[in-house]
Design a protein around this ligand. Structure first.
Ligand SMILES: Cc1cc2nc3c(=O)[nH]c(=O)nc-3n(C[C@H](O)[C@H](O)[C@H](O)COP(=O)(O)OP(=O)(O)OC[C@H]3O[C@@H](n4cnc5c(N)ncnc54)[C@H](O)[C@@H]3O)c2cc1C
Length: 465
């Protein structure tokens, strides 16, 4: 089934109030630098806090990736004064597969992001899975809870679109602002703001760490990665290819290291612009994790592809770049002393499939809901009680599912299991449809078919650890 496209409109990547934007001036002292700050829509402000000058806000958000822009959008829409600090300047590259599942499409739709084909989005119908000597094409499930299609969009565009969308809702954004340290209240040890590399200070009643996998801000607040949670590593690049307009995302389960089948997959995602995003991702449950040469693995895998697909060095349009995928809540607690963690900063990538954008957007929405309620309270104690619910709300949303994901990751780390499951699963469409729903976290929220009810019940019964 094809979904109704939202109304078309030209893509608008200019910052709102571009004319009024400060170019090359810092908010505090007017020094020059690679800074661009655009003004908020004053009418939307409902500030009860220190938002009386350009360097303070109700909420300071560090990082303008999908998670940061989602929090900013929702908070600004609720009338709060929001300041996003982003170390790069848009448009900028982000290493990613660029694939958006129906879960991500739903989150984008909720934010009112225009998603028409004419806005430059490329749609796909589902997943093609290849492995164990077989292949199967599966359409995304027909559900009332999620749309029946996914999208692809290069992160160079995607992140800029979301940041501009948050700005249009009233959030301020300063690009070229690399946060290095928290500002702490000496008496309570709570975070009261942040300092940037060039010495500027920004203050907020609350601070959100949306600074991705490394989350320097979380580390500075004493929140380190957990070793007992799964981690993925993935590399990707782009090739000019006739497969650029494939209707399906393609996943290859046969990634070999000598005689060992590796826990992970290779992907080919058509970008719709003449190129394909091609990459490989592995989990840290493989015995050789850390020693594997990922670029070589990618090249070896591609060497077996038909020549006419064009995945050759001459057709490569970008360097091969890699990054980590922090999974299954690999940094906790998600709230401490005035700081909330969203997206990759809080390790929210789905361990079943390596998808992180939907969870960045969703955790951004949950954080914004909590912050909006907390800042409306009149006493510090009452505010704190609301803020303390954030980790609980995340656990309610994903905790049981991520626990299952950790078990899954352990299982597929055993080469024998991975081989058995791929060989026998690929020939059985019912098992593969079950697996698609499980790994994509795509079940009806309420009711649904027997598979939906089973998966929801198991997720709910599994303890969130
Ligand atoms: C190779 C690869 C392929 C992937 N493929 C997919 C895919 O196809 N689909 C999918 O859903 N997910 C995919 N992921 C995961 C996805 O990229 C992440 O989960 C997602 O980007 C998380 O969003 P985020 O906003 O939390 O963090 P990020 O996207 O990392 O954004 C963090 C932002 O913070 C900024 N920042 C960092 N430090 C600072 C600082 N000190 N001060 C100010 N700003 C700072 C960064 O510049 C960046 O803009 C992939 C990941 C990798 C590595």
């Amino acid at each position: 089934m094809t979904e109704q496209a939202p109304p078309a409109g030209p893509p608008d990547l200019a910052p709102p109030d571009a004319g009024a934007a400060e170019h090359g001036r810092t908010p505090q002292d007017g020094r020059t630098g690679a800074v661009r700050a655009s003004a908020p829509r004053a009418s939307r402000r409902r500030s009860a806090g220190p938002a009386d000058d350009a360097s303070s806000a109700d909420v300071v958000i560090v990082g303008a990736g999908p998670a940061g822009s989602a929090v900013a959008y929702y908070l600004a829409t609720a009338g709060l004064d929001v300041l996003m600090l982003e170390k790069t300047t848009f448009p900028r590259e982000k290493v990613c597969g660029d694939g958006l599942t129906p879960r991500a499409v739903k989150a984008l739709t909720a934010m009112g992001v225009p998603l028409a084909d004419s806005d430059g989005w490329t749609r796909h119908k589902g997943l093609r899975i290849i492995g164990g000597g077989g292949r199967i094409e599966l359409d995304w499930p027909e559900l009332s809870s999620y749309p029946g299609y996914g999208l692809v969009r290069a992160r160079t565009d995607f992140d800029q679109i979301l940041a501009r969308h948050a700005q249009k809702a009233g959030a301020r954004l300063i690009e070229g602002a690399a946060v290095t340290d928290p500002l702490l209240d000496g008496r309570t040890d709570r975070i009261t703001g942040v300092v940037t590399k060039d010495g500027r200070q920004f203050r907020g009643r609350l601070v959100v760490a949306a600074d991705g996998n490394s989350s320097r801000l979380s580390v500075a607040m004493g929140l380190h990665k957990r070793d007992d949670r799964p981690l993925g590593v993935a590399v990707r690049t782009y090739y000019t290819s006739p497969r650029h307009d494939d209707d399906y995302l393609e996943a290859w389960l046969d990634l070999w290291d000598g005689k060992s089948l590796l826990p992970g997959y290779g992907w080919i995602f058509g970008m719709g612009d003449g190129t394909s995003n091609v990459g490989v991702g592995l989990l840290n449950t493989s015995s050789g994790f850390g020693e594997i040469d990922y670029r070589q693995l990618l090249r070896r895998w591609l060497a077996g592809m038909p020549a006419e697909w064009g995945f050759t060095e001459e057709n490569r349009t970008q360097p091969i770049r890699g990054a980590a995928l922090p999974m299954g809540f690999n940094r906790t607690p998600h709230y401490t002393r005035g700081l909330l963690l969203v997206g990759d900063a809080g390790g929210m990538v789905n361990p079943f499939n390596g998808e992180g954008i939907a969870y960045a957007l969703e955790s951004g929405e949950i954080a914004a809901r909590v912050i909006t309620q907390a800042l409306a309270r009149t006493t510090a104690g009452s505010r704190e009680r609301v803020l303390q619910t954030y980790p609980r709300q995340l656990k309610d949303a994903y905790g049981g599912y991520y626990t299952l994901g950790r078990i899954f990751v352990q299982l597929i780390g055993k080469p024998g299991f991975m081989k058995f499951a791929t060989k026998h699963g690929i020939k059985r469409p019912a098992i593969m449809r079950f697996s698609m729903k499980l790994r994509g976290n795509l079940t009806e929220t309420h009711g649904g078919d027997a598979v939906d009810r089973l998966l929801n019940a198991v997720s709910k019964m599994t303890p969130a650890a």
